[in-house]
Structures are given as structure tokens and as C-alpha cells.
Write a protein that binds this ligand. Structure first.
Ligand code: NAD
Length: 360
């Protein structure tokens, strides 16, 4: 009897232990993913931090900044306990903070490699803003750091999570435009003086790195093709001190495997600015304009606006990465996607410098 009872007890106890371990895992799995924002500048303050309120599967749990006053004020605003406000110098301490699962790097591009690698080495998943890094070699180091830590990486290409851009991709793929004849995208604005964006050492380049990358992205996600060759020309206005260290106007052509015409433009002295793509198909012209703003997207076919419900692209991007962390599967815009763009931008710079097409 005693033996019988104790055997039953043991079985029940083991089962109970296994079940409670499983429940803990399930509870952990159903928790929203904890994010820390690294770099509390304009994009973080105005777009990303407020978007956590709209997230389904992500929670803002930490802040990392080089400015104590920002840690204090945004820590208070978003209810982040003092113990979860880290300076850049102390950020390695996040390793011992299990609530922080992802670090979202939102600083100037030249700082992305160092911050992303430090976050991966602290055993955190990494979301990094565009452009991923100044060079393809930097991108490879960042991907390798995440891989060797067993962590996922996402690049903040929000348009991949935005309803109008997603509908445009669908229309290009499913034959609604008939045979496609050409892709074109232009992105640019008139930049102010003295920003890090005009300093190569911080920005990694000029308009192409910062805003032209939206044109390059649109051409790649609309066509669904990878260019095999690029040709480019850069024009800087004379006597404009904004362009002593970085490029202004870039006109580029991508040679696609299909042979479909594909070209783009990027600029830092454009008034008014441009945010547009145009796809010409045998059944009509699909126009996105503005194509990649923070809000107020418009997509039209042959001049007729398409009724598309707006979504919160920032929250959708954050939720997507959080879902992948919880459930696995491919990240839609992984580090490799950032690397592809930087390789093409390097080829654009090489082509503009040599005056010759550059093969990829
Ligand atoms: P910002 O100048 O407003 O903010 C940059 C932040 O980085 C500041 O808090 C600054 O203190 C911090 N920082 C850390 N190290 C720095 C250094 N060495 N030099 C200067 N600042 C440093 O810039 P932003 O507009 O917020 O852009 C930040 C990043 O976000 C960039 O990579 C940019 O391309 C990207 N961004 C993306 C989008 C988008 O739509 N996906 C929009 C804007 C900016």
C-alpha cells in the first residue's frame, strides 16, 4: 500500500512538476515581448515610443541613452522603472535583465554596428534602424554577431508592414497590372544645415543612404527582383556647403534579371520633397504618392484612388518581430535584407565614381 501510494505520488508529483514547468513556459510564451529603445532622438520620440501603445505582442520595458535627462523624462513619461534606464556605458548590464528581450537601435547609422553587436553580445534580439550600417562589411559583422548569439535581427523597414505598400506589392505580383513595363521610385527632401545626415562619418553617405534607400527598397519589393547591375550619376549643386561631405542628387538605374526598366532618384535639395513610386503595366499605372510617409499614404490606379484602410506601420513592424521571437519563422526584413541594400548602395557609389555600370 505504502509502495503503491508512493509510486502514485511520484507519478503525480512528476506529472505535476512537468505540467507546472510547461505552464511557466506557456506563460512566458504568452507574455508580450519586452523591448528596450536605444537612442531617444526624433524618430524614437515621435514615432516608435508612442506606437507601443498600439502593439499587440510587445511591451516597452527599458530605455538606453547617452543623455541622463532623456532617460529621466522619457522614463517618467513611459513608466520605465529607474532600474531599467541604462546609459550607453552601462548597457552591458541588460544581460542580467530578463525582461529586456529586444534592443531597438535608433541612432545615426555609423553607430549601428557597435550598438547592435553589443546588444547581441548581451544576449538580446536586435532591431536596427535603416540604413543598416555604412558598409556591407559592417552589416556582415552585425549579422554574424546575432547569429553567434542565437538571436534574431530585424531592420526597421516599416514600409514592408504598411497596408498601401503591401497592397501595391500584391498588385504587382498577382497580374492586376498585366505585364509590367517599368518601375520608378523617387524619394527626397530639402535638408537643413548642420545635421548628422550631411556628415559622412555619422551617416555613412548622403541622400542615398538616408532617403534614397526608400526608393531602392520600393523598387526591390515591388519588382520582387534583385538587380544584377547598377548605373548611377551623382550631382551636387556647386557652392552649397551642405554637400561638401555627402551627396545630394542621385539618379540610378537597376538592371533586373527580367529586363524590366527600373530606375530611381534620391535627393537632399528637392523642394517640394518627393515620396513616390510608379509602376507602369499594360493594364494601367499604379502610383504611390506619398508612398512612404509616416501617415497619409495614397495609392491610385490610373488616377483613381484605391480604398485601403490605413494601419499603424510602426506597431505592425514591432509586432511582427515580436511574433517571430515567440513563435519562430522568417523575419520579413532580416539583417540580410539590410545588407542587400547596402551592397547595392556601395555599387551605386562605385558606378557614380567610375562613370561605368557596376555588376552585383
Ligand atoms: P536624431 O538625430 O533625431 O536622433 C539620434 C539619436 O541618436 C539622438 O538621441 C542622439 O543623442 C543619439 N546618438 C547616439 N550616438 C550618437 C552619435 N555618435 N552622434 C549623434 N547622435 C547620437 O535622428 P533620428 O531621425 O531619430 O534618426 C535615428 C535613426 O533612425 C537613423 O538611423 C535614421 O536613419 C533612422 N530613422 C528611420 C526612420 C524611419 O522611418 N524608419 C525615420 C527617421 C529616422
Amino acid at each position: 500500500m505504502l509502495r503503491e501510494l508512493s509510486r502514485r505520488d511520484i507519478i503525480a508529483g512528476t506529472l505535476g512538476l512537468a505540467l507546472s514547468r510547461k505552464r511557466v513556459r506557456e506563460r512566458q510564451d504568452s507574455r508580450p515581448v519586452g523591448w528596450a529603445i536605444l537612442g531617444i532622438g526624433s524618430y524614437a520620440q515621435n514615432q516608435i515610443l508612442p506606437s507601443f501603445a498600439a502593439c499587440r505582442n510587445a511591451k516597452l520595458v527599458g530605455l538606453i541613452s547617452g543623455t541622463p535627462a532623456k532617460l529621466e523624462s522619457f522614463g517618467e513619461k513611459y513608466d520605465i522603472p529607474k532600474g531599467k534606464r541604462y546609459s550607453y556605458r552601462q548597457m552591458e548590464a541588460i544581460k542580467d535583465d530578463p525582461d529586456i528581450e529586444v534592443v531597438y537601435v535608433i541612432t545615426p547609422p555609423a553607430t549601428h554596428p557597435e550598438f547592435s553587436i553589443r546588444a547581441a553580445e548581451a544576449n538580446k534580439h536586435v532591431c536596427c534602424e535603416k540604413p543598416m550600417a555604412p558598409t556591407a562589411e559592417d552589416c556582415r559583422r552585425m549579422i554574424a554577431a546575432c547569429r553567434s548569439a542565437g538571436k534574431l535581427m530585424q531592420i526597421g523597414y516599416r514600409s514592408h508592414y504598411e497596408a498601401h505598400n503591401l497592397r501595391a506589392i500584391e498588385m504587382c505580383r498577382n497580374g492586376e497590372l498585366g505585364e509590367i513595363r517599368s518601375f520608378r521610385s523617387d524619394h527626397g527632401f530639402n535638408i537643413g544645415r548642420g545635421q548628422w545626415r550631411t556628415k559622412r562619418a555619422l551617416a555613412g553617405g548622403g541622400s542615398m543612404m538616408d532617403i534614397g534607400i526608400y526608393a531602392l527598397q520600393a523598387l526591390r519589393y515591388l519588382s520582387g527582383e534583385e538587380p544584377i547591375e547598377v548605373s548611377a550619376k551623382i550631382t551636387n549643386p556647386p557652392n552649397d556647403d551642405r554637400f561638401v561631405d555627402c551627396e545630394d542628387d542621385v539618379q540610378f538605374t537597376l538592371k533586373l534579371p527580367s529586363g524590366i526598366a527600373c530606375s530611381g532618384g534620391s535627393g537632399y535639395s528637392w523642394t517640394p520633397g518627393k515620396s513616390r513610386f510608379e509602376v507602369v503595366g499594360e493594364k494601367g499605372v499604379l502610383l504611390g504618392e506619398p508612398a512612404t510617409p509616416y501617415g497619409g499614404h495614397r495609392l491610385s490606379l490610373n488616377g483613381v484612388p484605391l480604398p485601403i484602410a490605413a494601419n499603424n506601420q510602426f506597431a505592425a513592424q514591432i509586432d511582427h518581430f515580436s511574433d517571430r521571437i515567440r513563435t519562430g519563422g522568417q523575419v520579413r526584413t532580416p539583417g540580410e535584407e539590410g545588407l542587400r541594400d547596402i551592397r547595392i548602395i556601395e555599387a551605386i557609389y562605385d558606378s557614380a565614381a567610375s562613370g561605368k555600370p557596376v555588376k552585383l
